[in-house]
Design a protein around this ligand. Structure first.
Ligand SMILES: Nc1ncnc2c1ncn2[C@@H]1O[C@H](COP(=O)(O)OP(=O)(O)OP(=O)(O)O)[C@@H](O)[C@H]1O
Length: 578
């Protein structure tokens, strides 16, 4: 081959060849790049698949571990159940073996029980015959006991009746005693936990033996006091009033009646006479309040008794008085300055002409006036209790009743009577019933008085802790109560001079204490040891009162005083309603 041309051909072929090869290579490269791109794409796809496979794998793994856990739990539970089933099987087999023995045991027990029943049956048969005998004996004994009890009660009543008759004939002062329950304030300054404990000041030292005897335990000995009636701490207001009730019948029969509560401060006088301090200031109620005391109950009973009498035959007037620091105060009057003096009236009895006396026709009227009086009554708190009365309270109900028609006298009779009075004759005169005079228009009336007295309490000044004005009050209270004891002492000893005028209290009550009225003293006693000496003093006062013999109580006779007109039906008592 010629070198020049061939070479260039060769070269150009070579170049072409190279170019073709290059093109091929380029195409190949392009093809490979495309393939590479495809592979990248595939790789990405595979990666994403790998990722999702991984995630799926982890979910599967998680589920697998949960499944594994669940399986292990199931297997442990199955294990447990298996144990329990084993136990149950064992129990079942025990129960089965016991159950197998049961019929035998039951049969055995049944045999035993039937032999016991048989034994008891024979025993019962033998006992029932002896029981019938015993029952017969018991019923005989019960009848005998009832008979004895009836006879005892009859004898007791007869004895009481005779005793009362004897007392009436002798004119004895009746004395009842009421022992109150232990109260919280009986502790004084001591701890409440010691209330009633032996050795403490509130230890209970006063006890009721029975319904006539009370015993006080002192450091040296036991002292027993006997009265017409002793009320124990469980006996309530109605029981206390039951014993007072007959006196109201006496009032309408023409006797003056006085009921007074006596006792040391805090011993229950106001509770007994008026009622509980909790009863809304002794508010009169339509129906009887269970805590109502003697005053409201006596008023109710009086109106009840009057309701049974002819309409308009009775009138009632009420006065409410206190004796405070030895002065008489009219609790129904607006004026507190009036000085009230006792004067002897035409009937020979003491009266207070300046005192307000209000006509009343219902229980409500009476209790409203009493309540009005109580609002002005002197009362204060002491170391003993919160509502200590600082005065003696006297509620007087004056009953004017028309005397039976045969007491009606002619004008001439009356003139003669007035002449006798002026000439100094016995003021309370009676017409000559046998004179044969024809009755004219002059009506006779009978006036009787029911005095209900809540005395202030005697007090040991050291114990009640009073000072200043209250100390003066206490000294007046103690003085008047000792004057009362002196009067009773003088009466009991039949002395010629009875010192009624030593105190306003005794002067005021002169007709009731020494006169011809029926007098009941209600002693009020605290059971606690801290009041022992006061309780003994009070019980001693009651003994002294019992010794007084004033002669039989006298009926009030009709009077013909011009100032005592026939009761008008307008103010006449017609209904016991409130
Ligand atoms: N029998 C009783 N049952 C229940 N509580 C009673 C009884 N007696 C008294 N009390 C209570 O004891 C307290 C003192 O009683 P009360 O005010 O009647 O004494 P008092 O003798 O009138 O005293 P004072 O002379 O100081 O006025 C009151 O709270 C009263 O309610």
């Amino acid at each position: 081959m010629p070198l020049g041309i061939d070479r260039s051909h060769f070269l150009s072929d070579k170049v072409r060849e190279c170019e073709r090869q290059l093109r091929n290579k380029d195409e190949r490269i392009a093809g490979l790049e495309t393939e590479n791109g495809m592979l990248y794409l595939k790789l990405a796809q595979l990666r994403s698949e790998l990722q999702s496979s991984r995630e799926e794998l982890s979910t599967v793994k998680h589920k697998y571990s949960e499944e594994k856990q669940f399986r292990s739990q199931v297997s442990s539970k199955a294990q447990k159940f298996k144990h329990e089933i084993d136990h149950l099987r064992k129990d079942l087999s025990t129960v089965q073996s016991v159950a197998a023995e049961l019929p035998q045991q039951f049969e055995h027990h049944l045999l035993q029980a039937s032999s016991i029943v048989q034994h008891h049956k024979t025993l019962h048969q033998s006992q029932s015959s002896s029981l019938t005998v015993l029952q017969n004996e018991m019923s005989q004994l019960q009848t005998a006991l009832k008979d004895i009890t009836d006879r005892h009660n009859k004898e007791k009543k007869r004895r009481q009746g005779l005793h009362n008759l004897l007392m009436e004939l002798r004119g004895n002062i009746r004395v009842h005693c009421r022992l109150r329950p232990l109260m919280e304030f009986d502790c004084g300054t001591e701890d409440q936990a010691t209330l009633g404990k032996p050795g403490s000041k509130s230890e209970v030292v006063a006890h009721c033996y029975d319904d006539e005897n009370i015993c006080v335990k002192t450091s040296k000995h036991n002292k027993v006091f006997e009265y017409e009636r002793v009320f124990n701490p469980t006996e309530d207001q109605p029981v206390v009033f039951d014993e007072v009730q007959p006196m109201l019948t006496s009032l309408l029969d023409g006797y003056n009646v006085c009921i007074m509560a006596y006792g040391q401060t805090g011993s229950g006088k106001t509770h007994t006479m008026l009622g509980s301090h909790n009863n809304d200031d002794y508010n009169p109620c339509e129906t009887m309040h269970p805590d109502e005391g003697v005053i409201p109950r006596a008023t109710r009973e009086l109106f009840r008794l009057i309701e049974e009498k002819p309409v308009g035959s009775h009138t009632i007037e009420v006065s409410v008085v206190e004796i405070y620091n030895n002065d008489i105060k009219d609790l129904l009057s607006k004026s507190s300055t009036t000085k009230h003096e006792l004067v002897t009236g035409s009937d020979g009895l003491l009266n207070l002409p300046t005192i307000t006396s209000k006509p009343v026709s219902t229980v409500y009227d009476v209790m409203s006036l009493v309540q009005r009086g109580l609002r002005t009554r002197s009362e204060s708190a002491t170391l003993v209790h919160d509502h200590s009365s600082r005065s003696h309270l006297i509620v007087t109900l004056t009953v004017t009743s028309v005397a039976p028609s045969f007491f009606t006298v002619s004008k001439t009779d009356n003139d003669n009577l007035q002449t006798v009075k002026k000439a100094g004759g016995r003021p309370q005169s009676q017409p000559n019933l046998w004179s044969g005079d024809q009755p004219t228009n002059q009506t006779a009336v009978i006036k009787t008085k029911l005095q209900l007295v809540d005395l202030a309490g005697s007090e040991c000044v050291g114990m009640s802790g009073v000072k200043g004005a209250a100390l003066r009050e206490a000294s007046h209270i103690n003085k008047s109560l000792s004057a009362l004891a002196d009067v009773l002492g003088a009466l009991a000893e039949h002395r010629t001079h009875i010192p009624y005028r030593n105190s306003r209290l005794t002067h005021f009550l002169q007709d009731s204490i020494g006169g011809d009225s029926k007098l009941l003293v209600l002693l009020c006693v605290s059971p606690a040891a801290r009041y022992t000496s006061e309780s003994l003093q009070c019980l001693g006062f009651g003994q002294r009162a019992r010794q007084v013999q004033r002669g039989p109580a006298k009926r009030r006779l009709p009077t013909y005083d011009q100032n005592s007109p026939r009761p008008k039906s307008a103010t006449a008592v017609s209904s016991p309603k409130m």
